[in-house]
Design a protein around this ligand. Structure first.
Ligand code: BG6
Length: 303
């Protein structure tokens, strides 16, 4: 079994990257450099926190009630949704958003970039269980680069002789001052599936502002987004490539109460999910012997 100690010997970087075992038994990578700090749970390759040193408040939101537990997804951070997004197309017993976020990943590489940012690459560990839900020859790697910019690169490689299709998303929970006092820009004119509104197909007009449950899958859009936050006085820039879908989600009062892990009394007001991926009609055919990469980059600008 790999221990935090082994990982520190092989991949630790003095004063910059260290691994620790959480009380749950799961291993967490802690990164701290001249530009930012971040933490990532090896289960799910789940980035939990990121705060550039220039910011007083973290940019990635982690629920106060987030729990680390074997086989369970963490509420907040950046869950990796893969190899399908949302419910499985035909198997209702398979986990929502795929299994990547709840299985072990292994560290394959770490290092320091010329500009002082820290990178870490993890690979999903296949098992009999994952193969029973997704019987294809492929690998999934996530490279996270932590600096003043956060970059995440999710690479799917088809190592087999037949094509396969994937759905995916980097399901990022962003910290905002208050969900009612901000907006998401960049999706004007885009079509979206309105999951909170009878699953109808609608067209976005102007910026997205929030006054109730919002659960939308914007399709056929390669555009980045900007989250404007009046209360914290900042803009979060979301750039992406290899992605034609953007999901915008906030649960609001009733759904948040049902979910129960968003931080009482109203933790959900301090987050908004802007997820970059490929879902519904934008699922990706990964041809035999090829590689598909989804990349996001997040940056913050003070107003
Ligand atoms: C969003 C979906 O991406 O994730 C929502 O569009 C869903 O429908 C939300 O509620 C959270 O999903 P989960 O599985 O982490 O509770």
């Amino acid at each position: 079994m790999t221990t935090a100690q082994h990982l520190n010997t092989q991949f630790g970087i003095n004063g910059e990257l260290k691994f620790r075992e959480d009380a749950s038994g799961l291993i967490v990578a802690e990164i701290s450099n001249g530009q930012a700090s971040a933490s990532l749970c090896l289960q799910g390759a789940h980035l939990m926190t990121w705060k550039p040193n220039s910011q007083a408040v973290p940019v990635i939101w982690l629920s106060r009630d987030a729990k680390l537990a074997a086989g369970k997804s963490i509420r907040g951070g950046v869950p990796v949704c893969w190899p399908w997004f949302g419910a499985h197309a035909s198997e209702s017993a398979f986990p929502g958003h795929g299994y990547a976020r709840t299985v072990p990943w292994q560290v394959v590489e770490s290092g320091t970039e010329p500009d002082g940012a820290t990178h870490l690459t993890l690979r999903l560990v296949q098992s009999e269980k994952t193969r029973s839900q997704w019987p294809h020859a492929g690998t999934l790697d996530l490279t996270v680069t932590v600096g003043e910019t956060l970059r995440m690169e999710l690479a799917t490689e088809n190592t087999g002789a037949t094509d396969f299709v994937i759905g995916e998303a980097l399901h990022t929970y962003f910290r905002v001052g208050d969900i009612g006092g901000g907006r998401v820009k960049g999706l004007d004119g885009c079509d979206y599936w309105d999951k909170a509104g009878g699953s109808a197909l609608r067209k976005q007009s102007g910026a997205i502002s929030f006054s109730g449950e919002t659960d939308r899958v914007y399709i056929n859009t390669a555009a980045g987004c900007v989250i404007e936050d009046d209360k914290l006085g900042r803009r979060i820039h979301v750039a992406k490539s290899g992605s034609l879908s953007t999901v915008v989600w906030t649960p609001w009062t009733e759904k948040a109460a049902k979910m129960g892990d968003l931080g009482q009394p109203e933790g959900w007001r301090e987050m908004v999910c802007v997820e970059s991926g490929n879902a519904i009609e934008n699922v990706v055919n990964v041809a035999a012997g090829t590689r598909h990469t989804l990349i996001v980059e997040y940056q913050v600008e003070l107003l």
